[in-house]
Structures are given as C-alpha cells and as structure tokens.
Design a protein around this ligand. Structure first.
Ligand code: FAD
Length: 476
C-alpha cells in the first residue's frame, strides 16, 4: 500500500523531513495538498500559497509524479484517501498555528484509531516552540534571554537533501481530476498588486537564488544596510520561508558556510538572530494563540483609540503627506512587501500619530503581504504598538521625517514609490511642505494637489498619544 505525505506550508523537496521519511519506507508515495481553509487564506498570501503549490507540483512532475490537491476539509479528505488507497502510514511536518494544531491533533487521533501510523516531524523552525524554556520550565518573555538559551542548544540540525528517488503511487481513480494546476482554486492577486508577480518568482530554485545572491553580495554589510530601504540590504527570503520553499535550517547553514568563507562573524550573527526572531514569534503564538487579536499587555484594553475611518483609508492609500510612510504603503500595495524599517515606521504612525488600533493595521498587512504570517505579523504589530511582550514602549514614537532623513537620505526609496516627489531636491524630499513657493512653481509641485498636505501635525499628534497613554491604569 502507498504512504501519504501531506504538504501544507512546506512546498519543497529539499530539507523536507516528512517527504524524506516517507520515501525511506520504500513504499510508493502519494503527495497531497488538501485545499482546506487553512491552506487557502484570502488576500495576496492566498495567491502566493497557490503559486507555491503549483511550483511543488511542477517539481514533482519533473520527477514523473504529481501532486494531489483535493478540495474540502482536511479530516474527511485524508480519511477518505486512506480508505480509498489502503494507506497504512501518513507523514506530515508539524504546524504551530492554533487552527493547524487543532486539525492535526484531531486527524492524528482519528487515523491512529483506524490503525494508521502517523509520523509528524519538525521542519518549519530552527527550534520547536516548547524546546527553549526557562529553568523553571516557563516560556521566555524577553528575546535576548530566549536567544541565549536557544543558542545553548547548539546549531540547528543540518538540512536533509532532496530525496534521491521518489517512487510515486498511482493517483486513485476517484481523485484523478484532482491534480494541479486546473484543480487548484487559489485566489487571484488583487488588481492593484501590479508588481507582485514580477517581484516574486515562485519556486525552490528562486528561493535558493535569492539566498545565494544575498550571501554573495549583501551579508557582509547586513548590520548597517538592513535598515536602508534605499539599498538591497536584506535577503528577501521571507515569502519563501512563509510558503516553505526554503527552510530556516537551509538558510542558517548556508549563512554559516558564507561566514567561513568571509570570516565575517558580526554580520552573520546579526542575520542569524533575525531568523531567531522568526522562531521567537512562533514561540509566542504557540503560548499566546490569540496574539493576533488580543493586547498582550492588558492595560491597552483601556486605550481610547480614535479609529478615524478616513485617516485609516488615507494611510492604506499612502496619501498621508509623509513621504516615507506613503512610499511604504504604496510599495506594499503594488508588490506585496515593504522594507522592515518602513514597516516599523508606518505601524508606529498608524497606532501613535493616527491613534488607530494596531489590529486594523495588522489585518491590512495580512491581506496585502506576500509573507503574511500569523505569528510574525502579530508579534511585530504588538512590538510596534507597545502592546506586546518584549515590545518597544509606547512612548518611543518614531518621527517619520527623522526616520526618512536617516534611512533614506537621498530619497531614492521615496522617489521609487512616490513619483510625484521625484523632482524634489534630496534635502526637501522628506518635508515637501517646506518647499518655497518659487521652487514649487518651478517644479510644478502644488501642495495639497499634486501631493497631499500632512494628515496630522506630528508634534500635536505625539502629545495626544502620550497623553492618552498616561490615562491607562496598570492591569491587575
Ligand atoms: P532579512 O532581513 O533578510 O531577515 C531574514 C529573515 O529573518 C526574514 O526573512 C524573516 O524570516 C526573519 N525576520 C527578519 N526580521 C524579522 C522580524 N522583525 N520578526 C520576525 N522575523 C524576522 N515578516 C514576515 O515574514 N511576515 C509578516 O507578516 C511580517 N509582518 C511584519 C509586520 C510589521 C509591523 C513589522 C515591523 C515587521 C513584520 N515582519 C513580517 C518582519 C520583517 O519585516 C520581515 O520578515 C522582513 O522585512 C523580511 O525581509 P527579508 O526576508 O529581506 O529579511
């Protein structure tokens, strides 16, 4: 009888422990990606997961096999497949999100009752959420302490190679039409995500290329350039990690090899610690499953958010009149991504200057990011809003002009995404409202018409934000 392998957020052949172990049984393998609600979220991420699934199907086809993509909920579909094929073993890589865990726990107990052996393996993270704990057995709440403890566990496991051979099981008759691509019903890209497809080629090879290029050119400047939206200073790997087109262990060990070549420890360590933040986010979600919707600091439940619908729309449209904020929001809409530094600036601006509940921003990001990730998005929003554990405090309010002058000094990033400011001199591109009338006329720049007036006064908005914070009473 065949063995089944379920693919969910791990659309790769290399370093895929579930696939590897299934092939090692010597039995024919049936590769399955069930199109349930977990697999098919709405928004740009839904499109991306569909692309990743198609890429895996293509890779399997090259080896003479196929990917089965039946529609429906995981439990009945997998049980039916087991019954139809007579499979005695099912393999998957573990999930850590609340819905995925719930589904997998039920599925495991139902299959076990039917005499089917379930093998669940660790693939997604460097260290599984429960493996790094304080001496008292509690989850860590501070990243630096958690990271120190994680490092004491030693280097993460070496990545597995792609299976040398996959013996494919025939697709059972009732499922013969459920092979990609025509059977896949992934959402389309939103019409205004005009550049996403061109920005994000989707395959294991594309992920590997992004990694190689980064290690070759940018890793040795990572510590400084990672904050510069006007430079190619980061890896661009987050969407690939999200869909599992590459694993964190592959990235880790490739960075270690690059370090051995260059001798550059400092930048490598900084980069590896960012992969650590990814694990840390998943650890938080594991212990706080409602992190995407609940203030982890409960005193923020009392916050008098303004939640002005018009201001929120202006922020989403990238028309706030603050060039760096607008550049970021437009980059997000067009490409499905935004530079990390700019994500922090726009999140601070929304929550503190516009006094809008971080959960609204979190949802908009989730809808539009190609790397939209339940743990990382929620943790980072709570970090920026000051509502999270080990978060940036509320009173640290980013000044969008200062951030812009510091991290995009010549305005190259702003010019890319806010073309109506392209002709402004470097010095004034961060503060277009300071342009004198003669120069403005010469540049055909009409404040309030060719580019919006600032939506709020920074000083005033900051004072209100600090005032509101003072009214919160400590919880408990
Ligand atoms: P690199 O700098 O090359 O970093 C390498 C990897 O480390 C990343 O791919 C990512 O896996 C991890 N990493 C880097 N920064 C962080 C971080 N702050 N937290 C956790 N892991 C990190 N990232 C997502 O993948 N999905 C999200 O939904 C998401 N939402 C965010 C929302 C906000 C408000 C903020 C401030 C950040 C968010 N991030 C999110 C984190 C970060 O912005 C992206 O991971 C990063 O920009 C991806 O680019 P890169 O792969 O070039 O990063």
């Amino acid at each position: 009888p065949p063995v089944l392998v379920l693919f969910r957020d791990d659309f790769r052949l290399t370093d895929n422990p579930a696939l590897h172990a299934a092939c090692a049984t010597g039995q024919p393998v049936l590769c399955v990606a069930v199109q349930d609600e977990v697999f098919k979220p709405e928004g740009v991420i839904g499109w991306w997961m569909g692309q990743a699934c198609t890429a895996l199907a293509t890779a399997l086809a090259r080896r003479g096999g196929s990917l089965l993509v039946p529609q429906g909920e995981t439990l009945p579909v997998v049980c039916d497949l087991v019954k139809t094929t007579g499979a005695s073993q099912v393999f998957w890589n573990r999930r850590y999100d609340p819905a995925g865990r719930e589904t997998d726990t039920t599925l495991k107990s139902v299959l076990t009752e039917q005499g089917v052996t379930v093998h669940s393996l660790a693939a997604r993270l460097l260290h599984e959420p429960w493996t790094v704990r304080t001496g008292a057995g509690q989850p860590y709440r501070i990243f630096t302490a958690w990271w120190r403890a994680a490092r004491e566990l030693g280097e993460p496991a070496l990545p597995l190679p792609a299976p040398a051979e996959i013996r494919f099981a025939p697709v059972p008759e009732p499922y013969s039409t459920a092979t990609t691509p025509s059977a896949l019903h992934a959402p389309d890209l939103p019409a205004d995500a005009t550049l996403a497809a061109q920005y994000w080629p989707c395959s294991e090879n594309a992920a590997q290329t992004a990694l190689d290029e980064f290690l070759e050119t940018a890793l040795v400047h990572y510590e400084t350039d990672r904050d510069r939206p006007d430079r190619e200073g980061t890896s661009g790997l987050s969407p690939y990690l999200r869909a599992g087109l590459i694993s964190a262990r592959q990235v880790w060990h490739a960075a270690r090899k690059a370090e051995a070549r260059s001798g550059d420890h400092l930048n490598t360590e900084k980069f590896l610690s960012e992969l650590g933040w990814r694990d840390f986010a998943w650890m938080q979600l594991f212990y706080e499953p409602d992190m995407p919707t609940r203030n982890l600091r409960p005193e923020f439940d009392q916050m008098a958010w303004q939640n002005d619908a018009e201001a929120f729309q202006i922020w989403k449209d990238g028309c706030t009149g603050y060039p760096l904020v607008d550049a970021g929001m437009r980059e997000l809409r067009a490409t499905g991504t935004m530079h990390n530094r700019v994500r922090m600036v726009v999140a601070s601006f929304l929550t503190k200057h516009l006094l809008t509940d971080w959960r609204k921003g979190e949802r908009w990001f989730y809808e539009r990011l190609v790397d939209a990730d339940p743990a990382m998005n929620a943790m980072n929003w709570q970090w920026c809003a000051g509502t999270g554990i080990d978060a940036s405090p509320w009173f640290r309010i980013f000044n969008p002009v200062g951030q812009s002058e510091k991290f995009d000094p010549s305005g190259a990033y702003i010019r890319t995404w806010v073309p109506e400011l392209a002709a402004l001199p470097d010095k004034l591109i961060h503060t277009p409202w300071k342009l004198d009338a003669t120069l403005a006329r010469h540049l055909k720049f009409v404040p309030g018409s060719t580019y919006p007036h600032p939506v709020v006064d920074l000083k005033q908005a900051r004072a209100i934000a600090l005032e509101r914070y003072k009214t919160l009473k400590p919880a408990g």
